[in-house]
Design a protein around this ligand. Sequence first.
Ligand SMILES: [Zn+2]
Length: 453
Amino acid sequence: MPRYFANPDLDSLSSEGVREYQEQRLRSQLAYCYEKSDFYRKKFQECGAAPRDIKTMDDLHALPIFMNKEQERLNSLESLERFGHPFGTHLCADPRDIYMTGTTSGTTGVPTFTYSLTRDDIANFAPALGHRFVMNGLEYGDRVLFIFALGIYATTISLFGLRSVGGVPIDVDARAGSELMLRFAAQTRPRFMATTVSLSEYLIGKAKSIIGMEVGDLHFKGVFVTGEVGVSIPEVRQRLEQAYGCPVYDYWAPAAHAIAITCGSPEYPGMHAVAPDLCTAFHDLVDPDTKKPIPIVNGAVGEMVVTSLKRQAAPLVKYATGDIVELYTEPCPHCGFPGHRAKLIGRADDMLVVKGVNLYPAAIKQIVETFTPEVTGEMRVVLDTKPPRVVPPLKLKLERSASVSDDDLDALAERIIRATHDQLKIRPVIIWTEPGSLEKSTRKTPLFEKNYE
Ligand SMILES: [Zn+2]
């Protein structure tokens, strides 16, 4: 029997069996949260429910949202004031038992320490985080070039995953700059690389001049990318796979939950949820505006909601992640993976409303990419007023390719406008800019150019 799930107990279960397994853990997790955290006790009381009322996934769907990033921030400020620690009032363990902590980038507002884990948490989570890479060919002793921006960044948790399956991370801080990253790659000859889409694209153009060889000459067996809508766009994936000469996989673990990765399917297969026993993220969606539950059927689109199923330090209950996904409940047609899968469509806070229609920048990017190499693929949506509402026409800044002459630009713009209108029912205005003028980020490339205060 193929090993699909990180927990081998699940491989022999039917989808109903997996659900029962989740429900069993759900009951004890909720009772634990209620007992250990003032915040969760208050949340249950506010909606007139008690953990004993929540026995099934349907009961869980019916609960309102308890937390989002903003509430988590407030919890953190409150626990700092009351208890002198930043882990939030939803912390259920003794703060001295936190073995590792990590935060999201902290570029917007007060950082939250979502990635706070005890030793037991790490023992539970690491094998699932590592399993994803093993599914795609990582073997004991394989070196993995691991490049992310901040030491305390959320991705640190993935290092535990890599090590738990025998991978050897070559952990290079992206802030060291492309020269050092590439020199480390050339000198350590890793078999895999884990990084962001933006950075993997950025390195392609730098390699030859710095290490005297192309990224393809590094002979990676696979590249793992995370954190952005990227390789679900066929042209982006093709560009990366051609340059690196190996498969590129999309993976993630927001809040250390929703642990998932794509398989090698030629059609984008969605990220396969390898640890449904650790959280309910692939089984709980809400409408991003109304926060009402969305039925879990193949192709459902909504905001992912996380409830932890076995987490000691900072379990999440009904946490609205802000990630908008398209969910697939049918087995993967390529590899047969029997669990749920998801494709990231965008972030709730990136959503624009144009003529009353919800629009994510990634949908525009997907169209722009079909015009490469006439455009470079780099783009910004120019916003003159605060989103989400955009007064048409939407302004789209694109890099022309050096090979397109001035005389041909108008016709190219017209074709892009027509394709955007056909697919998204909007007619953007194209603002041309020279190739290389839109900054490529070593972290997440911005989607917007904001011209408002
Ligand atoms: Zn698959």
